[in-house]
Design a protein around this ligand. Structure first.
Ligand code: PLP
Length: 436
């Protein structure tokens, strides 16, 4: 399809139909291509590193369902595990062996956690972890970082990243990033700057005794990729410990992606609570939160903090998660992902150097962002300096050449264990043409 504009007739028709029945035609805002313009591709099927859209165009996928598909799409063993579970019924509202199997796999990878509770999304995981931290400490305030995204719970839609960055949310210090979040809720969320130790120290020195928790992305994906400094990570741990606040690592994106034990293992961190999502469901709706028994003991039915879910621990979703984590443990893809990421980054850097376009690539393992600004990009303030018009050209240039990059400057691109030399070549060829 080189040089030929791909056909998008079916996607255009479906998008028009979708907009008459679904707000904006999508069930999650970033899918609507608002930040880059154009018509979102409707996807018909997926396998390995590839997606096929409704018009039959083959795309190399750098979204991976926004994180879960680390093994590539439609892995035969995951599909088979789902088929097996399917035959046994869909949902019982009673405990099953699969839940404890997945719990054991998660806890084995995170030895600092004793107990884990399953929910159905990353949003539910962070929301529940915050309630737990508040119940455990008896305090109301939480601290988050500008441009970090933790799902769409009210208290967390304050200076949030991901789709909210491209949509242009509120900017005042504790202004909600979304309409419908009461100012009174937003006032319980304090916002500090990622990689800025002084901003965190200032909050603790003013409000320390009232802070229940600090929640953070171990490596940020939702402002584009931002890499934490060692000093920042140390300050997070020291300040929370000193002031009796719960440190919550939001590993919904990074868990099982950056290492078997996620960002926490990679960075040598010791959080009090961890949130998971995405990969632990293998592409089905699963989230989880866990930590030391002392804190997790506050969750009902053990303790006074209520949290429940009709479909929590759903057997089909558990089956997908179990098989995914088993495959990751049997044949860890992390060295391969790192090699692919390194080659992709170096290839892109060569192209950028030749074109003279000011850009910075941030990458940790299989999470990568090409920021269209000179860099370095270590903070949210630096990330939002990026040239979003240049990004749009890059995005559409790639898409026309069969490479599906995330449709926003402020998102991480992901690749999978199914990405190899062929994908690398098409991607770099596409990037070379897109950046000309
Ligand atoms: C995706 C994500 C969430 C939200 O998960 P959902 O399943 O979309 O609700 C929370 N935190 C982080 C870091 C994420 O990347």
């Amino acid at each position: 399809m080189k040089g030929i504009r791909p056909n998008t007739w079916h996607s255009e028709e479906l998008f028009a139909r979708a907009q008459s029945v679904i707000p904006g035609g999508v069930n999650s805002p970033v899918r609507a291509f608002k930040a880059v313009g154009g018509t979102p591709r409707f996807i018909a099927r997926a396998g390995g590193s590839r997606l096929w859209d409704a018009d039959g165009n083959e795309l190399i996928d750098y979204i991976g369902s926004w994180g879960p598909m680390i093994l590539g799409h439609s892995h035969p063993r995951v599909q088979q595990a789902i088929r097996t579970a399917l035959e046994e019924g869909l949902s019982y509202g009673a405990p099953t062996e699969r839940e404890l199997e997945l719990a054991e796999l998660v806890l084995k990878a995170y030895p600092a956690c004793d107990l884990v509770r399953f929910v159905s999304s990353g949003t539910e995981a962070t929301m529940s972890a915050l309630r737990l931290a508040r119940g455990y400490t008896g305090r109301d305030l939480i601290v988050k970082f500008r441009g970090n995204y933790h799902g769409h719970a009210d208290s967390l839609l304050v200076q949030a990243g991901s789709g909210l960055l491209s949509a242009g949310g509120g900017t005042a210090k504790t202004a909600p990033s979304s309409a419908g979040v009461p100012q009174a809720f937003a006032e319980l969320t304090l916002v500090a700057d990622y990689n800025d130790v002084a901003s965190l120290e200032a909050l603790f020195s003013q409000r320390g005794p009232d802070i229940a928790a600090v929640i953070f992305e171990p490596v940020v994906g939702n402002a584009g990729v931002l890499v934490p400094t060692a000093a920042f990570l140390m300050a997070l741990r020291d300040l929370t410990r000193q002031h009796g606040a719960v440190l919550i690592a939001d590993e919904v994106m990074t868990g099982f992606r950056l290492a078997p034990g996620g960002g926490v293992e990679l960075l040598g961190l010791e959080p009090d609570l961890v949130c998971w999502g995405k990969i632990i469901g293998g592409g089905l709706p699963v989230g989880a939160y866990g930590g030391k028994a002392e804190i997790m003991g506050y969750i009902a039915p053990l303790g006074p903090v209520y949290q429940a879910g009709t479909l929590s621990g759903n057997p089909i979703a558990m089956a997908a998660g179990i098989e995914t984590l088993r495959l990751l443990a049997e044949n860890p893809p992390y060295a391969k992902l790192e090699a692919y990421g390194k080659a992709l980054q170096e290839g892109l850097e060569d192209i950028l150097r030749a074109t003279g376009i000011p850009a910075t690539i941030n990458r940790v393992g299989s999470m990568i962002t090409l920021f269209f600004c000179p860099g370095p990009v270590a903070t949210y303030a630096q990330a939002v300096e990026a040239d979003t018009e240049a990004f749009k050209r890059f995005f559409h240039g790639l898409l026309e050449r069969g490479v599906y990059w995330p449709p926003s400057q402020f998102e991480a691109a992901f690749f999978s264990a199914a990405h190899g030399q062929a994908e690398l070549e098409v991607t770099l060829q596409g990037a070379r043409a897109a950046l000309q």
